[in-house]
Design a protein around this ligand. Structure first.
Ligand code: GDP
Ligand code: MN
Length: 379
């Protein structure tokens, strides 16, 4: 889960990293009041969970509170790489002397975090790394040692950052470890005209596996499409592996690989999958009912395709699950079921016997996908 810049800023502040004074609001009128409290001149910054806001026109200087209101009005509602701006942060402007880049990222091949630092901050770091790889320093971090001041000073020196930036590097490591983050990035970290080191931007990605320990952050992306957020939150609350997609065929399968293939096959039949839902190995009546209820509550779904290959989970158990789910969930859209593998014949017989008018069976994955696409388009 990514944090918003203003949330990252708040964390940085708690760990002793200097940040500009700032306020957040979702209203242009309020923005004027914020600007007044912050001294008049402010930087107005779009709060979206994506980078490159500056280039997209989502970071603008406003000379006074009236200009801040006007600028906030322009930025609020703006689309930045598919994210609608729902809030702006107003920050006291900083006179920049130089811009640096610092981050800790998890390097899965090395099995440890690496510090990445560059004296050429402010720009897209991938771009810097591509054009001048020698300007970007990567230092693996020993997980037992962490980043004490000495290590931080080494990283800063290797990247050509001022020694004062080592304090930020050490504090940033504490943010990473204590907040269960997988990534912390500051771009730009700046030296001001007065010689202070300040984090002007922040990106923090928390480890979702540690969410139970980091309950203070709301997992929702408020700027994301509400419908998507609602469905995904409902599915998450039920412990389902569900991702909302943009199509009309609801997809349920067992195993991530099979579900992904199913998405491809549905797309190959000229339809668009409405979701990714992996019911995993269990496929109990409860999971089936939960999954169906989430998918049926998605107004863009016009047909549902349940694709199960019985392995350890036998098809008759899945069929039982579907039949019992049909008792608790009112089926309102056609359901195409393809059962194959372990105990497929018994599973199919169970569904035949239930003879629900909206449930159809198909014997092959391709045939089932074609039928689901047909039904989805007929609706
Ligand atoms: P990003 O484009 O999404 O990475 O957003 P940033 O927060 O990094 O802002 C983009 C750029 O705006 C930064 O790299 C800075 O150069 C500039 N910027 C942001 N805040 C200030 C500020 O207070 N003063 C000045 N002079 N520039 C700023
Ligand atoms: Mn930035």
């Amino acid at each position: 889960m990514d944090l918003y810049e203003h949330q990252a800023r708040q964390l940085f502040e708690e760990y002793g990293i200097l940040v500009p004074r700032a306020e957040v609001t979702d209203s242009a009128k309020e923005a004027r009041a914020c600007a007044e409290r912050l001294g008049g001149r402010v930087v107005v910054k779009a709060q979206v969970k994506t980078g490159g806001r500056g280039k997209a026109g989502g970071v603008k200087l406003a000379a006074d509170p009236a200009a801040a209101e006007l600028t906030a009005r322009q930025i609020l509602g703006m689309d930045i790489k598919g994210h609608t701006v729902g809030a702006v942060m107003l920050a006291q402007p900083v006179e920049i002397d130089s811009e640096f880049y610092v981050s800790y990222v998890l390097d899965r091949t090395q099995g440890r975090f690496v510090a990445i630092a560059s004296a050429e901050g402010g720009m897209d770091i991938e771009e810097v790394a591509a054009i001048r790889p020698e300007a970007v320093v990567r230092v693996p971090i020993d997980p037992f040692e962490g980043v004490p001041r000495q290590k931080a000073a080494e990283i800063a020196a290797a990247a050509g950052l001022p020694d004062a930036a080592a304090d930020t590097l050490a504090a940033l490591w504490n943010v990473l470890i204590r907040e269960d983050a997988l990534l912390v990035e500051v771009n730009p970290l700046v030296r001001t005209a007065r010689g202070e080191i300040l984090a002007l931007d922040g990106k923090v990605t928390l480890d979702d596996n540690a969410r139970f320990r980091q309950a203070r952050w709301d997992a929702r992306d408020e700027t994301q499409d509400r419908e998507r957020g609602g469905l995904e939150a409902a599915a998450a609350a039920k412990g389902l592996n569900y991702v909302k997609l943009d199509g009309e065929v609801g997809v349920i399968g067992n195993g991530a690989g099979l579900v992904m293939s199913t998405l491809d096959v549905v797309a190959g039949c000229g339809a668009r999958p409405a979701d990714f839902l992996d019911i995993g190995g269990g496929a109990s009546a409860q999971i089936m009912a939960d999954g169906l209820s989430v998918i049926l509550s998605d107004p863009s779904v016009t047909a549902v395709f349940v694709n199960v290959f019985g392995g350890i989970t036998a098809c008759d158990a899945v069929a039982d699950g579907i039949v019992r789910a049909l008792d608790s969930v009112r089926l309102t859209k056609p359901l195409v079921v393809r059962l194959d593998g372990n105990n497929a014949a018994r599973g199919r017989a169970i569904l035949d016997e239930r003879a629900h008018p909206l449930v159809e069976q198909a014997t092959t994955m391709d045939g089932a996908a074609r039928r689901a696409a047909e039904l989805a388009h007929a609706a």
